[in-house]
Design a protein around this ligand. Structure first.
Ligand code: NAP
Length: 316
């Protein structure tokens, strides 16, 4: 695929960048100053046939319009909420993502965040480092994860992998999705407030779309309640953040474990002061193994496209 002009929107993965550079004609958007990006796109518009975005920086209608030779968007992510699919459809631009290869890592992190939030692992770590174990004695008692009722919002690939892991901790599983799934041992709730009212740990694992934006609102948070813990490993915009913050401050919600935020990389600073939250910087799929596999999938999709073969993981 030597002749394929590929625009990488950000330096998302060194291996991917190196392979794109080796195998294609690579354009690095970030090398152009932010206020000169339009000029950069105009200058290379006729050569760019593919764009590689990722979870934080997508492809909007303006970029699609600016690239008349664009044929394919191959995202280094499974979530394609920042790719304008309607604009791609209108222009006949193909779109691929990276499903499955990241599922285990994101599910591992969801369970890790739940345990970290309930058992206060980061707080306990800080307690030891600050010398407080020696000066103040034993750390506070915490709450167990084993046996807790786990509710999953979005029983897709990642949601199901979270459910399987939580089952191993003897957690009863319930869920809400657009449709009921063929898993009779998992209880289906047709609405998310009822799901939240009937679980101790609510894990957000659905895709982001107009229906799921701020799906975790005040009603859902209050239904989860003062003993409940919210885990979000999907997208920040699923949660109404000001409502989450006030519920945590007012102890209407027990705690939270958050990998994602609405305005990344800016996590709300009010969360930094809270002792009942665990915060990580959108690292759900960020292991060496998974990022390598995601990069290979992006490359394989581009190669298939260049050779006019079926795409491996098409979205459209
Ligand atoms: P998936 O298999 O497509 O699952 C998405 C789930 O969302 C499905 O169960 C779907 O329900 C549900 N859903 C969609 N719209 C809904 C609605 N209006 N109401 C209720 N449920 C709805 O995707 P996945 O591979 O599991 O990934 C899920 C999401 O995780 C991605 O979209 C991405 O945003 C996020 N993610 C985050 C990270 C990270 O680093 N933190 C990494 C990878 C992915 P139905 O099955 O009933 O349609």
């Amino acid at each position: 695929m030597d002749s394929l002009g590929v625009l990488l929107v950000a330096p998302m993965n060194a291996y991917l960048e190196q392979e794109l550079d080796r195998r294609c004609r690579l354009f690095r958007l970030w090398e152009s100053p932010a206020d000169r990006r339009d000029d950069y796109l105009r200058a290379h518009a006729s050569s760019i046939r593919a764009v590689v975005p990722y979870a934080l920086q997508g492809v909007d209608a303006a970029m699609i319009d600016a690239l008349p030779s664009l044929e394919i968007v191959s995202s280094f992510s499974v979530g394609i909420d920042r790719v304008d699919l309607d604009a791609c459809l209108r222009r006949g631009v193909r779109v691929t993502n990276t499903p499955d290869v990241l599922t285990d890592d994101v599910a591992d992190l969801a369970v890790g965040l739940a345990i970290a939030a309930l058992r206060k692992i980061p707080q306990a770590d800080r307690y030891v480092r600050a010398g407080k174990w020696k000066s103040k004695g034993d750390f506070t008692l915490t709450t167990r994860f084993s046996g807790k009722r786990v509710g999953i919002l979005g029983l897709g690939r990642i949601g199901l992998a979270v459910a399987k892991r939580a089952e191993a901790f003897d957690c009863p599983i319930s869920y809400h999705s657009r449709s009921e799934k063929p898993f009779p041992k998992y209880k289906f709730y047709p609405n998310v407030v009822d799901l939240a009212a009937n679980c101790d740990v609510l894990v957000v694992a659905c895709s982001l779309n107009p229906e799921t934006r701020h799906i975790v609102n005040r009603k859902v948070i209050d239904a989860l309640g003062p003993e409940g813990v919210l885990i979000n490993i999907a997208r920040g915009a699923h949660v109404d953040e000001p409502e989450l913050i006030s519920a945590l401050l007012e102890k209407r919600l027990g705690g939270a474990g958050l990998d994602v935020f609405e305005d990344e990389p800016f996590a709300p600073e009010q969360l930094f002061e809270l002792d009942n939250v665990v915060l990580v910087p959108h690292v759900g799929s960020d292991t060496e193994e998974t990022c390598w596999a995601m990069a290979d999938l992006v490359l394989q999709n581009l190669e298939a496209h260049a050779l006019n073969q079926p795409l491996l993981t098409p979205v459209i």
